[in-house]
Structure formats: structure tokens, C-alpha cells
Design a protein around this ligand. Structure first.
Ligand SMILES: CC(C)(COP(=O)(O)OP(=O)(O)OC[C@H]1O[C@@H](n2cnc3c(N)ncnc32)[C@H](O)[C@@H]1OP(=O)(O)O)[C@@H](O)C(=O)NCCC(=O)NCCS
Length: 363
């Protein structure tokens, strides 16, 4: 057997996909043939759910149906009770992981690996996940969960429940654009984890549960929380410059910078989110720009999406604990598309390891 070993599977093609592609040379992200940046600018999150799950953009009738499915997805009361029973100090991603795992118990078809059955239930799952995420803070403080209202669009419901007040159209659009930016991104660790689990013909609940666990890590989705903590500690552009320089001097990583695929290049999604932050008149923008400039000169590194999503969520007044769960809720559409694709053309993932331990020991 010829050995091909790439630590961290860097640059290894591990799947064929029709879902998305990162064209690093052209600074383009393609989602089912469309530019993700164009989708962020001009589409709705519901459109993107249709595109990811059905393989094409929805017509008016399908769009209306999808929106209804997302908003009216029933979350069993028992799920809220399970989450409410967990210690409020438990990390929001751990509570979300528990909820997604428990959802399987309320789906009579939970164990199916039939791609068509999975496609049929995908919008319901995306809606359930969004409602659970939106209510995580309510549940942690013993408040009753606030249901999504059928007269309101999905993104408005999602934001409104998280911030606990009426929201403006501008705020909703900014939030919706972040949801689209996060909806799909080829084969990051969490999507790979979901596909690895799905490849055993395990079901969507198992695959999504693995993906939440992966996404929680600070090298992946957890970076948004670290970014906001850094911005809060810094307080001013000068404070952030000093903080970054001190951390770099200690050889620490600066969260929100660098990316396995875009390393030393721009993440096109981050630049777009920065413009949205500017449009909202966010006070955090000057800080972020200073941090970006310092990192470019000191390390030649560029911000990733999480660097600008954190201040965006903060400007909208979203509780910090929900930043990473929102990433998961938005990405659930992409994850489900990948799980379905894996089940359509399945090949069990079973790589090999290079043994570097001892041999020939005797008892
Ligand atoms: C995302 C990430 C894990 C990708 O890492 P990777 O592909 O494994 O890259 P490496 O760890 O090999 O890093 C390459 C070099 O860049 C440096 N580097 C990468 N990201 C860095 C960061 N955020 N801060 C400081 N230095 C960083 C590494 O120290 C390394 O430097 P060296 O060559 O002098 O040793 C990494 O950039 C990171 O830790 N970023 C911060 C966490 C984050 O924002 N995650 C969200 C990603 S969307």
C-alpha cells in the first residue's frame, strides 16, 4: 500500500460534492452554481435553504411552503423541558447538542438513511434547530420558550426571540445576511464529521450531533465567542492593538484570524460582513479595523467570517452565548445537504493510520 499522509488532511480531497466549492484563486465561494456573495447580497435565507436542500432555488410557491415549514416546525415540549433541566452554566453548544440528539426520540422516522425521506424532513429540522437556539437563553433562565409566530418571516422570528424585543427591517436583513454567509462552506471539520457519521448509514440526528460537537471548538465555530471577549477586553482601537501585540509576543493565536483554506488570503465573507457592520453604524468597526491592520502587518493574516460576525451580533444585541449556536443553526441547511448527498452516493469513510509506536514488546 502506498502511503499518503497529510496531517489534518490538509488539501486532501475527501469527497465529491455538487453543493459548494471554495475557489480560492478567484476569491469566490460557489453554492450550487451561484456565488455565495451574491446570495448574501440579494437572496433570502429561505431561498438558500431551498437551494441547498432541493438543489435549485425555490419558485414562489415552494418559497412560501418552505418559510411556513421553517417557522411552524413543531418543537416537542419535552425537548424544551430536557434543555431547561440542564444546568444553566452548561455551555450553550452542549445544551444544543443534547437537544438535537433528543429530537430523534420524537421522529418516528429518526433512523432512516433514505435521502428522499431526509430531504422531506430537512426544513422541519432546520426550523426546530433555529427555535431551540433562539430559546436557549430563555430556557437557561427558567423563562417559557417563545414560539415563532406564523405571520412573521423566519429571520425576523429568529432575531426577535433572541433579543426579546421588536426588531427593525434593517436589523433583520443584517442578521439574515449573516445566516446566509454561514449557511454552507464546503468541507470544514463539522461538515466532514457529519459526513463521516452519515457514511456508516447512521441518521441525520447522529450526524448533526457530531457536527455540533465539532463546531463548538475554538478553532472552528467557537472563535466568535473568543472574538467578542477580546473586543470587550480591548475597549478601544489602541487597546486592541496593544492586546494583539502582547498576545502575539506570547506566541498566542488571535481568534478570528486565519483559515485552513484561505490562510494568508481574504475570506470574502468577512469583507462583506464588515460592510454590513459599517452600514449598521457599529461602534465596534473602528476597533475591528485596527485589529485587522495590525494582524496584516504583523502576521500577514486576514480576518475570517467569525471576526466580523461577533461584532455584528453584538451590535444587534444578541446574547454572547448564542453566537456559536447561531452558526450551527445557519449551517444546519448546508449540513443536511451534505448528509443527504452522502447517503445518495455512499462510501464508508475508513482511512488508515501510520503506526509510529513500538513493535515486538513481550509480556
Ligand atoms: C483556523 C486555523 C485553525 C487554521 O489553522 P491551520 O490551517 O492549522 O494553520 P497553522 O496552524 O498551520 O498556521 C499557519 C501559521 O499561521 C499562524 N497562525 C494561524 N492562525 C493564526 C492566528 N489566528 N493567530 C496567530 N497566528 C496564526 C500559525 O501560528 C502558523 O505560524 P508559523 O508558520 O509561524 O508556525 C488557525 O488559523 C486558527 O487557529 N485561527 C484562529 C481560530 C479561528 O479564528 N477559527 C475560525 C476559523 S473559520
Amino acid at each position: 500500500m502506498q502511503e499518503h499522509y497529510r496531517p489534518g488532511l490538509e488539501d486532501v480531497i475527501a469527497a465529491e460534492t455538487q453543493i459548494s466549492h471554495l475557489d480560492v484563486e478567484r476569491e469566490e465561494i460557489i453554492v450550487r452554481g451561484y456565488s455565495l456573495l451574491e446570495l448574501i447580497r440579494a437572496a433570502s435565507y429561505v431561498d438558500v435553504v431551498g437551494l441547498l436542500i432541493d438543489g435549485h432555488l425555490p419558485d414562489a410557491q415552494r418559497r412560501q411552503h418552505l418559510e411556513q415549514e421553517l417557522v411552524q416546525a413543531p418543537v416537542p415540549q419535552a425537548i424544551y423541558e430536557i434543555v431547561a433541566a440542564l444546568p444553566p452554566t452548561m455551555h450553550a453548544m452542549d445544551r444544543l447538542r443534547t437537544a438535537i440528539s433528543a429530537l430523534a426520540g420524537f421522529d418516528p422516522e429518526a433512523t432512516t438513511a433514505d435521502p428522499e425521506r431526509e430531504r422531506a424532513k430537512a426544513p422541519r429540522l432546520i426550523g426546530q434547530i433555529a427555535q431551540i437556539v433562539a430559546n436557549l437563553m430563555n430556557l437557561a433562565s427558567a423563562k417559557p420558550p417563545a414560539p415563532f409566530e406564523s405571520g412573521r418571516p423566519f429571520a425576523e422570528n429568529f432575531l426577535r426571540v433572541m433579543v426579546g424585543r421588536e426588531v427593525t427591517a434593517k436589523e433583520v436583513r443584517a442578521f439574515e445576511q449573516a445566516l446566509i454567509a454561514y449557511s454552507e462552506h464546503e468541507l470544514p471539520n463539522s461538515t466532514f464529521a457529519a459526513r463521516v457519521v452519515a457514511s456508516t448509514l447512521s441518521d441525520v440526528y447522529g450526524a448533526l450531533t457530531a457536527a455540533v460537537a465539532s463546531l463548538k471548538g475554538p478553532l472552528h465555530g467557537g472563535a466568535t465567542e473568543a472574538v467578542i471577549a477580546m473586543l470587550q477586553e480591548a475597549q478601544t482601537p489602541e487597546g486592541l492593538e496593544g492586546l494583539i501585540r502582547a498576545r502575539l509576543a506570547r506566541k498566542e493565536r488571535i481568534m478570528g484570524f486565519g483559515h485552513r483554506v484561505y490562510m494568508r488570503r481574504t475570506d470574502p465573507r468577512a469583507q462583506l460582513l464588515k460592510e454590513i457592520l459599517r452600514d449598521l453604524g457599529s461602534e465596534l468597526l473602528p476597533l475591528c479595523e485596527r485589529g485587522e491592520a495590525v494582524m496584516r502587518t504583523e502576521k500577514g493574516l486576514y480576518p475570517n467570517l467569525d471576526y466580523y460576525a461577533a461584532p455584528l451580533y453584538s451590535t444587534l444585541g444578541i446574547p454572547q452565548q448564542l453566537y456559536t449556536p447561531i452558526f450551527f443553526a445557519a449551517r444546519s441547511a448546508g449540513l443536511l445537504a451534505h448528509i443527504i448527498e452522502q447517503h445518495r452516493e455512499n462510501r464508508l469513510y475508513r482511512p488508515r493510520a501510520r503506526y509510529i509506536g513500538p513493535r515486538g514488546l513481550t509480556l
